[in-house]
Write a protein of this length. Structure first.
Length: 369
């Protein structure tokens, strides 16, 4: 069975790696990696392939950036041509980025079975481009692999047939478990390289359009971060979107330490040893919960409510008073601790592999009958 796994951006690569490795173990599956090129900078893309020990993509489409419509359309045109030539038996997509949406639409129109990993996740905020990508991709998918009970409920509420929904856990935790093992022996040297001491600094990532595309909003965030950094060291590996905007506005941090985007292993080492994390990323909220590191999410909502309920996450948006008081709780050891989340255990790719085998065997039986 020729399976095409389509990815395009940094957060896709951690979801791809464990599944690609798992599918290669089965004689019946032939997994191919298709990289759309949505993320094209070395440190946003290639470095992740190296860190995750992924091979060069089998197909690289080189789309680059553009408006949402242009980027999505470019990916669609190139994927359609590829699928018509290569005739995959099924297409697997991950998460919620524009590459996911584009692949979902093309796959469906060519009547190829579509499988979505990390389905059912919802922020209920349609001003987020990712939310639109999630809803459309899920509506078109034949098999939906979901990370938690919230996601199951969301899909059922949208009228998705229960037989298509598979609760398998969070595949990003598979990559996290693997990388933690890999960095164990040189975690200290990674911290040393960045001149950091365990639990003595905060880690920041911000790139959502709602936080970094408006100067007024970003100024609020800037003020909060600078205030924190007068007291405790803050390291900010900066996404190119944020970097470009700050440059255009002629803004520079005085106290916050800005660094280039980090490779996965370095980022996880810094996250694990941080006193706290301030972020607007979806993946970082889930990783912080797994690592039991306090996470303050600079958003009014989250597509990962389980991290609020069971994990270490708190929604703080741009509330300076709340953020400063939570950081003081963290320093005093009074912040909540997380508990483990069911099926976030490193075994998600294996569960997906087993389900795919079972379903493909059932299908070939029914064809014979
Ligand atoms: C995308 C995803 C988002 C994900 C994020 C992680 C969508 C809708 N958004 O947002 O869900 O959390 O990736 O990184 O798909 N750029 C570079 N180099 C790169 C990539 C981008 O300079 O390698 C620039 C682009 O030119 C653009 C900006 O960064 O100016 C934003 O890139 P884009 O791919 O549109 O979205 P992200 O903000 O990265």
């Amino acid at each position: 069975m020729k399976l095409f796994l389509v990815v395009g951006t940094r957060p896709n690569f951690m979801k791809l790696a464990p599944l690609w490795r798992e599918l290669r173990k089965y004689r019946d599956f032939d997994p191919y990696v298709v990289h759309t090129g949505q993320h094209y900078d070395y440190e946003m893309s290639q470095v992740f392939f190296e860190d995750l020990e992924l091979p060069e993509p089998d197909f690289y489409l080189g789309v680059g950036s553009g408006t949402h419509a242009k980027q999505t359309a470019d990916i669609m045109v190139r994927l359609e041509e590829l699928f018509l030539n290569e005739k995959p038996d099924a297409v697997i997509v991950f998460g919620d980025v524009n590459s996911t949406l584009a692949a979902a639409i093309v796959t469906s129109k060519l009547l190829i079975p579509l499988y979505h990993v990390e389905a059912g996740v919802r922020s209920f905020d349609r001003t987020m481009p990712e939310e639109i990508n999630r809803v459309v991709t899920d509506a078109l998918s034949h098999m939906l692999f979901v990370p938690d009970d919230f996601a199951v409920k969301n899909l059922k509420n949208e009228g998705i047939d229960e037989s298509k929904i598979f609760l398998v856990g969070n595949i990003m935790m598979d990559s996290l478990v693997t990388i933690l093992d890999k960095i164990r022996s040189h975690e200290e040297s990674i911290l040393k390289k960045h001149k950091l001491n365990p639990k003595k600094y905060g880690l920041v990532t911000l790139h959502r359009p709602s936080n970094v595309d408006s100067r007024d909003t970003f100024l609020k965030i800037y003020d909060i971060l600078e205030t924190i950094a007068e007291d405790i060291e803050l390291v900010f590996p900066m996404h190119p979107r944020t970097g470009k905007n700050m440059k255009n506005w002629g803004m520079e941090f005085k106290h916050v330490r800005v660094v280039d985007p980090l490779m996965y292993s370095e980022f996880i080492a810094l996250q694990k040893n941080a006193l706290f994390v301030i972020t607007d990323s979806g993946g970082v909220q889930t990783e912080s919960s797994f690592l039991n590191v306090p996470c303050l999410t600079a958003r009014p909502n989250t597509e990962w409510p389980i991290t609020l309920e069971k994990g270490t996450n708190t929604l703080v948006n741009h509330d300076k008073e709340l953020i400063l008081s939570l950081i003081s709780d963290i320093k005093d050891g009074n912040y909540k601790t997380g508990e483990s989340i069911p099926l976030w255990d490193g075994g998600t790719a294996k569960r997906i592999g087993e389900i795919l085998v079972r379903e493909s065997e059932a299908e070939s039986e029914s064809r014979k009958a």
